[in-house]
Ligand binder design. Structure first.
Ligand SMILES: [Ca+2]
Length: 475
C-alpha cells in the first residue's frame, strides 16, 4: 500500500511557460525505443511538417522572474475565466466535420487555431509514487477509479475520495514479467468492453523461456472489486522474439468489440529478419483478435480470428493481421467519432511518424522509415505503402508517443484534434486531419516531461503519463 495522498492539486500552470527540460540530453533511452539513446536532441525546426517554424521548439531562454510573475497572473486569469465560462456552450465543442460530410465547415463550427490554445497540465494523484508507469486506464466501475501499470508487473487501482486518493495493489505479476531489457516489462493494459460485468482485463508483457511477449487475460476477484488473482491468468497469445527491444504492447478494443494488439518488429537494428514486411510473422504488426469467447469452450482457449480480417483468405499471410510494416507502434487509439485508428510508430534513428491505420495497410517498415527510404536508402519500392500522415525528424525528439483525438469539453479549441508527443523532447503536438491530409498542425506545449503514454477518460478528457507523474490536460 502506498501512502495515503490527496486528490487533484490546483492547476499548476506548468504548460506554456517552461522551456524544454535542459536535462533531456541526459535522458535514458525510452522504454520502447532504445535505438535513439545516443541521439543529439537538437531542437531545430527543420523537419516536422507542416509545423510552422515559429511553433517549433526552442532554444529560447527561460522567462525572467518578472515574466514568470506576469505569466502566472495571466494563467490565473485564464483559470478564472475558464471556471466562469465552462458551463456555457461553445461553438467549437462540436466534432470537426470530415471532408466527406462537410467540405466547408460553417463559421460556427470552425475550430480555434491550435497554436492559440492556452494549454496547461494539472498533476493528478500528486502524492502517489510509482516507478515506470506504462498505462493509465479509467475503470468503468466508478468515476474515481483508475488503473496504472508499472513496467515491473504491478497493476494498481487508484481511487479518489473526499478523504483523499489511495492506491491498492490490484494485481502483481512481477513473477511472470521479464525486465531484462530496458524496453521489456508490463507494457499494455486494456479492460474488456464488459469489464464492469465480467471483470476481465488484458495485459501484454515480456517473458522468458522462451523469450516472448504474452497477451493474457486476468479476472477481477468476485469478492473484492479491487483485486485480481495472478492465478486467474488465461494466456491468449504468445509471440516469440529474438531481441529485447521493440516489444510493442499497445492494447485497445475497437468500436467493433475486437481487441487490437500492437507488436513491435522484434528488435535489433533495422529489422534484421524483415519481420515488418513478412505477413507470416506477428512481429511488426497490429493484430485484430476476437477474444470474447476465450476460455469458454474447448478449443477456444485463446482467441478467434474475425472473419472480416483482411488476410484471412490468404495462405501467404496470417489471418490475425490487421496492418503490417510497423516498427514499434507505441500507443494507438480509436477516435470514436470517426472510427479512425491513430498510431504513433517509433522510428529507427531519423523519422518518427503518425499513421492512420487502415484495414490491411502496409506502413512501410523496414523498406521505409517515415516518408523516406530506409532499405535500400535510395530508390526503395514504396508501391502500396501507406505514407504517414505526418512525421518529424530526430532534430525534434527521439521517440514518438501516440495519443488520442481530443473529444472532451474542457478545452473546446482542441475538439477533434489528434495529440501526440515525443518522449525525449517533451514536445506536445496537435494536428487536424480531414481524412485526406493534415490541415493544421502546431506545437501545443513544451512540457519538459518524458511522455510515456496518454490516457483518455470516459468524458474524452486527456491525460499524460510521464516518468515523474500523471497529468491532466486542462484549458
Ligand atoms: Ca511507416
Amino acid at each position: 500500500m502506498l501512502p495515503n495522498p490527496v486528490i487533484f492539486t490546483p492547476a499548476s500552470c506548468l504548460i506554456g511557460l517552461g522551456s524544454p527540460d535542459p536535462s533531456i540530453k541526459k535522458a535514458l533511452p525510452p522504454i520502447w525505443a532504445s535505438d535513439c539513446a545516443s541521439q543529439n536532441l537538437k531542437t531545430q525546426s527543420s523537419s516536422i511538417k507542416p509545423l510552422p517554424r515559429s511553433h517549433a521548439s526552442s532554444g529560447r531562454a527561460y522567462p525572467s522572474p518578472a515574466r514568470w510573475s506576469a505569466l502566472a497572473v495571466a494563467c490565473l486569469l485564464l483559470m478564472l475565466f475558464a471556471a466562469c465560462t465552462s458551463d456555457e456552450p461553445s461553438p467549437s465543442n462540436a466534432p470537426i466535420p470530415t471532408a466527406a460530410f462537410s467540405p466547408t465547415p460553417s463559421p460556427t463550427t470552425k475550430p480555434s487555431p491550435l497554436s492559440a490554445i492556452a494549454l496547461r497540465l494539472e498533476r493528478i494523484f500528486p502524492n502517489l509514487s510509482f516507478t515506470r508507469v506504462t498505462n493509465l486506464v479509467q475503470s468503468p466501475t466508478g468515476p474515481g477509479v483508475w488503473f496504472v501499470t508499472e513496467q515491473s508487473g504491478r497493476v494498481w487501482a487508484l481511487q479518489n475520495s473526499p478523504q483523499g486518493a489511495k492506491a491498492t495493489l490490484f494485481l502483481d505479476i512481477t513473477r511472470n514479467v521479464l525486465r531484462l531489457h530496458n524496453e521489456e516489462g508490463l507494457l499494455g493494459l486494456a479492460l474488456d468492453p464488459s469489464y464492469a460485468g465480467n471483470g476481465y482485463l488484458y495485459l501484454y508483457y515480456s517473458a522468458a523461456n522462451p523469450w516472448r511477449n504474452v497477451l493474457a487475460r486476468f479476472t477481477r476477484s468476485p469478492d473484492y472489486p479491487l483485486e485480481a488473482d495472478p492465478a486467474s491468468e488465461l494466456v491468449i497469445l504468445e509471440v516469440e522474439k529474438s531481441f529485447g527491444n521493440h516489444n510493442g504492447g499497445q492494447l485497445a478494443f475497437g468500436p467493433d468489440g475486437y481487441l487490437y494488439v500492437g507488436v513491435g518488429d522484434g528488435g535489433g537494428q533495422g529489422d534484421p529478419y524483415g519481420n515488418g514486411q513478412s505477413r507470416l510473422s506477428f512481429l511488426g504488426k497490429i493484430l485484430r483478435l476476437d477474444v470474447e469467447g476465450a476460455g469458454k469452450s474447448p478449443g477456444v482457449s485463446g482467441y478467434r480470428i474475425p472473419t472480416d480480417n483482411p488476410f484471412v483468405a490468404l495462405s501467404s499471410a496470417r489471418g490475425e493481421l490487421w496492418a503490417y510494416g510497423l516498427r514499434n507502434p507505441w500507443r494507438f487509439s480509436f477516435d470514436p467519432a470517426t472510427g479512425r485508428l491513430w498510431a504513433g510508430d517509433v522510428g529507427q534513428a531519423q523519422w518518427e511518424e503518425v499513421d492512420v491505420i487502415k484495414k490491411g495497410g502496409n506502413y512501410g517498415w523496414n523498406v521505409r522509415e517515415g516518408d523516406h527510404c530506409f532499405s535500400p536508402s535510395q530508390g526503395c519500392d514504396d508501391q502500396g505503402v501507406e505514407p504517414p500522415i505526418t512525421e518529424y525528424s530526430h532534430a525534434l525528439g527521439c521517440s514518438i508517443t501516440g495519443g488520442y483525438v481530443y473529444r472532451g469539453k474542457a478545452i473546446p479549441g482542441l475538439a477533434g484534434a489528434y495529440l501526440y508527443a515525443d518522449y525525449c523532447s517533451g514536445a506536445l503536438w496537435g494536428l487536424r486531419y480531414d481524412g485526406k491530409r493534415v490541415t493544421e498542425q502546431a506545437t501545443l506545449a513544451e512540457t519538459g516531461l518524458k511522455v510515456i503514454s496518454f490516457a483518455q477518460d470516459r468524458d474524452g478528457e486527456l491525460y499524460i503519463v510521464a516518468e515523474d507523474g500523471l497529468y491532466r490536460l486542462i484549458g
